[in-house]
Design a protein around this ligand. Structure first.
Ligand code: IPM
Ligand code: MG
Length: 399
């Protein structure tokens, strides 16, 4: 049976604003003074709750120094929500999110829920509907490896002597993930057929291109759009749209195009040839995992998912989450690296609050803590390592 879109049709309708083209980064353009930040906290499963606790401590301390009050509101999502409420994304959780300025997300999933039907598993049933509900079409994934941590990367040191620094802008609410029809059915001859539909509108490509342009403008102004235009109709439209859009709106950006298979290879060969990568949903999913592995530890990588909706403060509503997953093997043992969660919180302050200076300070504190040798096991290279809590404390001391 082909099934319809199982996601909530009750789309969130906040105030919608087009991405302005002329601002430095992706951050705010409305510097209204903000004194309280209400954000939903969805710690989720596995290591989620412990890295979230460490991150909230860091964020609270950092905010205090700027006279900003944080009002985190915790809600259940993922496996824990399935256990407690019978749904990975309960209505109550959605309501908490709708009333917030941003969502700080931990991670969801784990062996306990692996035998559920795929559509009901925590990752798919919590994350995808959240993205769709809030139209979070722009996924910003930095691939950052400090030069001091190059040992953590599987790449040869001489290729990444100065570390790695690139950003992947992944389209997040279109393409094969959400296209209709989608489903599995038995055919008359007894065979079984499954269909996913890859579909993009020109307008969807343009709006994600706008985000990529804004990102490139705040960096080295080099943009590489990744597609499969030698095979896919979608990619032909993608390439033409990106080319036209950049030519019309951002001629100062150096635009290149690359097929996705080549991009996967080039990332492993010489990641710093890229500054900003722009790509569609599934390609971005795959390339961003590759980016994560070449950057050494998943425990260091943050991400932001941004949409069109503005929060109360005139900044962009977004969902912020670490890239690392729930790491069930080390959950509850005070071993997990909280840096990615802290850095995701910094992105939240940057994009959903316009607090760039504060975000910069938190990012610098994480870096300083790590560089000065306070490291969790994933980045300690067999040397002395600390636990989640101690890592959080070290970051606070470096604020
Ligand atoms: C990611 C994840 C998700 C995705 C899964 C958990 C649905 O892999 O955020 O990259 O495929 O987008
Ligand atoms: Mg992924």
């Amino acid at each position: 049976m082909f099934y319809g879109n199982s996601f909530s049709d009750r789309k969130f309708r906040g105030q919608v604003r087009k991405y302005p083209l002329n601002y430095g980064g992706l951050a705010s353009y409305n510097q209204s003074l903000m004194t309280t930040l209400k954000f939903a906290v969805l710690p989720g499963d596995g290591i989620g709750p412990e890295v979230m606790a460490a991150a909230l401590e860091v964020l609270t301390r950092a905010a205090e120094t700027e006279g900003l009050t944080l009002e985190p509101r915790e809600a259940d999502a993922g496996g824990v929500a399935i256990d407690r409420h019978g749904s990975a994304l309960p209505d109550e959780t959605l309501r908490v999110c709708e009333k917030s300025d941003a969502i700080l997300f931990g991670s969801v999933g784990g062996p306990k829920w692996e035998n559920l039907p795929p559509k009901e598993q925590p990752e798919r049933a919590a994350l995808l509907p959240l993205r769709k509900h809030f139209s979070l079409f722009a996924n910003v994934r930095p691939g950052l490896l400090y030069p001091e941590l190059i040992d953590a990367s599987p790449l040869k040191a001489e290729r990444i002597r100065d570390g790695i620094d690139l950003v992947c802008i992944r389209e997040l609410t279109g393409g094969l993930y959400f296209g209709q029809p989608k489903g599995t059915r038995e055919l008359e001859d007894g065979d079984v057929e499954a269909v996913d539909t890859m579909v993009y509108k020109k307008s969807e490509i343009e709006r994600i291109t706008e985000v990529a342009i804004a990102t490139a403008r705040s960096r080295q102004k080099r943009l590489c759009s990744v597609d499969k235009a030698n095979v896919l109709e979608n990619s032909v439209l993608w390439r033409k749209t990106v080319t036209d859009y950049v030519a019309a709106h951002a001629p100062e950006i150096e635009l290149s195009h690359m097929y996705v298979d080549n991009a996967a290879m080039q990332l492993a060969r010489d990641p710093n040839q890229f500054d900003v990568i722009l790509t569609e949903n599934l390609f971005g999913d795959i390339l961003s995992d590759e980016m994560a592995v070449i950057c050494g530890s998943l425990g260091m990588l943050s991400s932001a998912s941004l949409g069109l909706v503005e929060n109360r403060h005139g900044h962009r509503f977004g969902l912020y989450e670490p890239a690392g997953g729930t790491a069930p093997d080390i959950a509850g043992k005070d071993l997990a690296n909280p840096c990615a969660q802290v850095l995701s919180g910094a992105m939240m302050l940057r994009f959903s609050c316009g607090l760039d200076a504060l975000a910069d300070r938190i990012e610098a504190a994480v870096r300083q803590a790590v560089v000065s040798g306070t490291r969790t096991g994933d980045i300690a290279f067999g040397g002395k390592s600390v636990g989640t809590r101690e890592m959080g404390q070290a970051i606070m001391e470096n604020l």
